[in-house]
Unconditional design. Structure first.
Lengths: 288, 187
């Protein structure tokens, strides 16, 4: 009997060590970012505790048989964590997930920064929802989008985020001006400015007047179809078709009006266009 | 590129090495450079890319090739950075929060004398959201990984796991960068 006792003890210790090695640490399946918790341990003596996280690595000595305190700052980053305990020749481990905390910031992408009025679904807003530790909040949240131009009623729409992202398309307003484009969620507010400019000119009208040098041709105030004055620099093309042939001049709009002096002496027909938009035609007689 | 660089460095050392201290230093630096280039030469992990559920924007053909290529390269650099404790490698394929967090992890493990080794057995990557303006793409990745944690040269943990990641990529000048990399319990 005495001969077998040491061998039996050795076998028992070996099995015990194996079973301990196979043991998992009792960690929660999930915790929210920045939440403290404890991990129970058994046995006695000191051990080394490792916590391997997405943005952190912790290594410290702990006492077996006492709870391991996991501090809030050790679990701030969402993702998978691996807890390892090594002591007495054995190793235990367990994994858990840290989930994002409540939303604290929005990453708001607004596109484009400048758009003509009256563009159907021309404005795009995309938000990604983050907590205060820059973890993507994957649980659905209602994100409100507002688009407002001075003097006009704001357009609002609520979009439920899916997997951290909420997005929408909106029409640009009919009135030109800087529009405030906002995304809000639980008091978090992100603001962008979208410049809504006049669309293509509409109803181009010109008048022509002969003078000593030729013909002075001038547009009426150039506006888009919603009545917004087009931007300075919009190019207007005057074309004169007369006895001397066809002559063309491009002129930028300045303070709503485009004007040019055409050096033609004989009778001519003058037309106006801007982009694909045609205006009226006027006929002028020859120089006296 | 790498074999050529290695060849040049080795040949120079054989011809010039020995008496001159400055040349020895140059040879040593060349060897280090050759070694680091060899490390980079390790193949990027295989990435299967699925765009069948993408929206709202459809993916252009060239983007459909570049996303899995850059995702694989990002994982490759992350594996090397974690194994060699070199946060400087993270800057090319990671940006924003992803770079900050991974750099913090590498800095923390260097301080503790730890290393994490990823043996990458491949990724099943699916495009989930592609923003209408083409400025951001959200991805779901199922990664088959072997993870080893080393304390000095002592292996303290080894496991083979299938993990799920949500990623966010944004375009840089000539490639895509990982802006967010977050492991999740499930999709």
């Amino acid at each position: 009997m005495q001969r077998f006792l040491p061998a039996a003890c050795l076998a028992f210790c070996w099995i015990a060590a194996l079973s301990l090695a196979a043991q998992d640490l009792q960690v929660p399946a999930t915790v929210h970012a920045g939440s403290a918790f404890t991990i129970p341990t058994s046995g006695s003596g000191s051990a080394t505790f490792y916590l391997i996280g997405p943005a952190s690595r912790t290594k410290r000595q702990v006492q077996m048989g006492q709870e391991i305190q996991v501090k809030p700052q050790e679990v701030r980053d969402a993702g998978r964590y691996l807890a390892i305990l090594r002591g007495g020749g054995a190793s235990q481990s367990g994994s858990f997930y840290v989930l994002a905390a409540t939303p604290a910031s929005l990453s708001f992408l607004a596109h484009p920064s400048r758009i003509p009025v009256g563009q159907r679904e021309g404005i795009i807003g995309v938000t990604f929802v983050f907590d205060k530790w820059h973890n993507l909040v994957r649980q659905p949240e209602n994100v409100e989008f507002h688009l407002a131009v001075n003097g006009g009623p704001p357009i609002s729409q609520t979009v439920r985020s899916r997997d951290g992202v909420a997005w929408l398309r909106m029409n640009s307003a009919s009135k030109a001006g800087n529009a405030k484009f906002m995304a809000t969620l639980r008091g978090i507010e992100e603001k962008r400015v979208i410049q809504q400019v006049a669309a293509d000119p509409c109803h181009l009208q010109i008048k022509a007047e002969r003078n000593a040098k030729g013909v002075l041709v001038e547009t009426a105030p150039v506006r888009d179809c919603s009545g917004n004055p087009v931007s300075d620099g919009t190019v207007v093309t005057f074309t004169a078709n007369g006895a001397g042939g066809l002559s063309t001049v491009d002129v930028p709009v300045k303070k709503d009006i485009a004007q040019a002096e055409l050096k033609i002496s004989g009778p001519a027909t003058i037309s106006v266009a801007s982009g694909v938009v045609m205006g009226n035609e006027v006929k002028v007689g020859g120089q006296q | 590129m790498n074999p050529t660089m290695e060849g040049v460095g080795t040949e120079s050392c054989l011809v010039q090495g020995g008496s001159n201290t400055r040349l020895r230093v140059i040879c040593a630096l060349a060897a280090i450079l050759a070694f680091s280039l060899t490390s980079f030469a390790a193949p990027a992990p295989s990435v299967q890319f699925d765009i069948s559920h993408i929206g709202p924007r459809q993916m252009e053909e060239i983007t459909g090739r570049n996303i899995p290529r850059d995702w694989g390269r990002a994982w490759q650099t992350m594996a090397i950075a974690s194994d060699q404790n070199r946060p400087d490698l993270l800057g090319h394929y990671f940006t924003g929060f992803a770079q900050q967090k991974l750099s913090a992890a590498v800095a923390a493990q260097r301080k503790s004398g730890l290393r994490t080794r990823y043996i990458d057995h491949g990724h099943k990557l699916a495009a989930y959201f592609y923003s209408p303006d083409g400025g951001a793409i959200e991805l779901h990745d199922t990664a088959d990984l072997e993870i080893q944690v080393l304390d000095g040269n002592d292996l303290v943990h080894s496991e083979r796991v299938t993990l799920h990641y949500v990623g966010l990529m944004t375009p840089a000048a000539d490639h895509w960068e990982v802006r967010l990399l977050q492991s999740v319990p499930s999709f």
